[in-house]
Write a protein that binds this ligand. Structure first.
Ligand SMILES: [Zn+2]
Length: 332
C-alpha cells in the first residue's frame, strides 16, 4: 500500500513520511480510527515507506523487495497482533496469519466485525492475552532478520488485558533500538494513559458515510443543548432534549446521534488527559473538558454505547432517551 492509495488523510500521510525523512521515527505511534476507517491501511503505507529501498516524492516505490513483502504482509521484521478468542492453552495471532493477510489485502478498510468473521470468532469475547506479549518479547530480543527496523502493529490495543498492557508498557518505557510500535485503536480512552502518553498520535479521518449522517442529524445542536443543560444541573431542560431525541426521524438517526455523542465525549476525555492533539480542533470539547469532572466521559461513553445497542433492539425511544438523560444527570 502506497500513501497515494490512501483515501483522504493527506496531512497525516505527509506527517508520517516526514518522520521517516527526518530520521525521527517515534518508538510508538497511536492511530485513532473509527471502526472501518482505514487505520491499518494508513499504518501499512507508513511501514512500506519506512522499509522501502527506493523512496521518491514522499512515497514508497511499490516495487522493491521490501515494498513487495510489506504489501503481502510477509515481511519477517513486521509483526501483527490482534484480538483473539482465547481457547485452552491460548493462541497467538501468528497462528491466524493466513486469515489476517487475506482480509487486510482484500479489504484494507475492514471493520472489527469483519476481522472476527474472517477469524471465525463472530459474537464471541476477544482479548489480547499475555501469551501474545510473551511471544512478542521473545521476538524483540532477537535482531531484526533483515537488519533494519523491527515493527509491531497492534490492532485494538484496548483489548489487551491488564497483564498484557503492563508488559507492553514496560517495553515502551525502554524501547529496543530501531523498533516501532504501531497501535490502531477505536477507543483511545480505554488505553492506559501511561501507554497513550508515550505515543505519537495520528487521527485517521474516516470517509465513512456514518459520520456525515451523525453530523446531519445533529444540525440543531441537540448534543450541545443536552450538555449545557446537564452542566447547569437543569434536569427539565435535559429531559426536553431527551424528548427531541426520541422524536428524531428514524432509529438510524437516533443511533447516529449516539455515535456523534460518543465521538464528542471521547474528545473531551482526550483533552482532559492532555492529549489535545488527538482531539482535533474542537472548541466544545475544550470548554466541556474544563467544566466536567474527570470521571464523566468514561461513564457517559458507557451510557451512549448502551443506548446505541438498545436502539437496535427495538426498545421504546422515549423511555430509552429519558433513561439516558437520567443516567447522565446522575454522573454529572
Ligand atoms: Zn519500495
Amino acid at each position: 500500500m502506497k500513501f497515494a492509495e490512501i483515501k483522504g488523510n493527506a496531512a497525516a500521510c505527509r506527517a508520517l513520511a516526514g518522520m521517516v525523512d527526518s530520521g525521527r521515527v517515534p518508538h510508538a505511534i497511536l492511530f485513532h480510527e473509527d471502526d472501518g476507517g482505514g487505520g491499518v491501511a494508513l499504518a501499512l503505507a507508513f511501514l512500506q515507506y519506512l522499509y522501502c529501498k527506493d523512496k521518491a516524492d514522499g512515497d514508497s516505490c511499490g516495487a522493491c523487495a521490501a515494498c513487495n513483502k510489506i504489501s503481502k504482509l510477509i515481511h519477517p521484521d513486521v509483526h501483527f497482533i490482534f484480538p483473539l478468542v482465547l481457547s485452552a492453552g491460548e493462541s497467538v495471532s501468528e497462528q491466524y496469519a493466513k486469515q489476517w493477510r487475506e482480509l487486510v489485502i482484500s479489504n484494507p478498510d475492514f471493520t472489527e466485525t469483519e476481522l472476527y468473521e474472517a477469524l471465525g470468532f463472530e459474537g464471541k469475547n476477544t482479548v489480547i492475552g499475555v501469551k501474545e506479549a510473551n511471544a512478542l518479547l521473545r521476538k524483540l530480543s532477537q535482531y531484526s532478520l533483515e537488519g533494519g527496523y523491527t515493527s509491531v502493529l497492534v490492532y485494538l490495543p484496548e483489548k489487551m488485558n491488564t497483564t498484557t498492557a503492563n508488559k507492553l508498557l514496560k517495553i515502551l518505557e525502554e524501547p529496543p533500538q530501531q523498533t516501532v510500535f504501531i497501535l490502531v485503536t477505536h477507543s483511545p480512552e480505554r488505553l492506559l494513559p501511561t501507554i497513550s502518553s508515550r505515543c505519537q498520535l495520528v487521527r485517521v479521518e474516516s470517509s465513512s458515510p456514518n459520520d456525515s449522517l451523525a453530523l446531519r442529524y445533529d444540525d440543531g445542536g441537540l448534543f450541545a443543548s443536552l450538555m449545557e443543560s446537564l452542566l447547569d444541573r437543569n434536569l427539565s431542560g435535559a429531559l426536553e432534549v431527551g424528548e427531541q431525541l426520541a422524536s428524531l426521524p428514524s432509529r438510524d438517526s437516533a443511533k447516529a446521534f449516539c455515535k456523534f455523542a460518543s465521538e464528542k465525549m471521547r474528545r473531551v476525555f482526550l483533552v482532559q488527559q492532555g492529549l489535545d492533539s488527538l482531539a482535533g480542533d474542537d472548541p466544545d470539547a475544550v470548554s466541556w473538558a474544563g467544566r466536567l469532572r474527570n470521571t464523566f466521559p468514561r461513564k457517559a461513553l458507557e451510557a451512549f454505547d448502551r443506548s446505541s445497542a438498545l436502539i437496535g433492539r427495538n426498545v421504546n425511544l422515549k423511555i430509552l432517551f429519558t433513561d439516558l438523560v437520567g443516567r447522565l444527570y446522575s454522573i454529572i
